[in-house]
Design a protein around this ligand. Structure first.
Ligand code: FMN
Length: 230
């Protein structure tokens, strides 16, 4: 039987999960390597099918993050998309409603209206300059892995994000960064057998940045979780 988690630990866990949010404004102050080792080390405990740990993480900092900060917006503006996994970004029904609500929460936190398309574009382009973060982690799925291993990578990613928050860092997971998988591999000299699922900008939160006032809603427990049996 698993050891029971004490009341205190459960409450700290809830606080931790609650404290994580997608941050879109960072200070440029780099995170010390000792902290990076602890943060990424703790995330290694994430579970995976048959404990295969089918992920490779590449963290860009310093000159490499600056090179990417220049090259990715240029590539995006030229339409040079090199994604490894298909993406159409189209949702229907309740999923579309949630997508719109999250965009609305973000843009209203930034004081941007629906009509201000230029400002929305500028805000979107900040994806490719990592929202000013000093570091970006790229999460790769080695070939020939597919759907099941992508789920493993998702579990690793959430463990990593919670580890970041527990260590006083903020982060933003970004599918947008996967649009430029080829350019990322080239700059970081990564084997083409590694396919980029998404990236994660991270560092110390800029608490003054308006985007960081954004808080998203969640569905009700009964809409998501269905308990069966007596
Ligand atoms: C796999 C994944 C990819 C995401 N991609 C982006 C992205 O490209 N750009 C962005 O600004 N936010 C991105 N997000 C953040 C979501 O918009 C955010 O998680 C959602 O709105 C819930 O808000 P919260 O993270 O603040 O709780 C992504 C989140 C996940 C989990």
């Amino acid at each position: 039987m698993q050891d029971p988690v004490s009341g205190d630990v459960a409450s700290v866990f809830t606080q931790l999960v609650d404290a994580r949010k997608s941050a879109r404004g960072f200070s440029r102050e780099p995170v010390p390597q000792t902290v990076l080792d602890q943060v990424f080390g703790a995330a290694l405990r994430a579970p995976s099918n048959c404990n295969t740990q089918p992920w490779q993480t590449h963290v860009a900092s310093g000159d490499k993050v600056e090179e990417l900060r220049t090259k990715l917006p240029e590539a995006f503006m030229k339409g040079e998309f090199t994604m490894d996994f298909p993406y159409d970004g189209k949702y229907e029904g309740v999923y579309k409603e949630r997508q719109y609500a999250s965009a609305e929460a973000l843009y209203s936190a930034m004081g941007i209206t629906r009509e201000e398309k230029d400002k929305r574009n500028v805000a979107f382009m900040r994806n490719f300059t990592f929202f000013d973060a000093p570091h970006v982690a790229f999460l790769f799925l080695p070939e020939p892995f597919g759907l099941r291993e992508a789920c493993d990578l998702g579990m690793y990613a959430q463990t990593l994000m919670l580890s970041m928050v527990a260590h006083g860092l903020a982060c933003c997971p970004q599918t947008a960064l996967s649009f430029m998988a080829g350019q990322v591999r080239e700059v970081l000299d990564i084997d083409p057998g590694n396919r980029l699922l998404f990236g994660l900008s991270f560092g110390y939160e800029d608490e003054q940045h308006p985007s960081n006032r954004c808080r998203t809603e969640r569905a009700e427990l009964a809409d998501i979780t269905h308990f069966h049996g007596s």
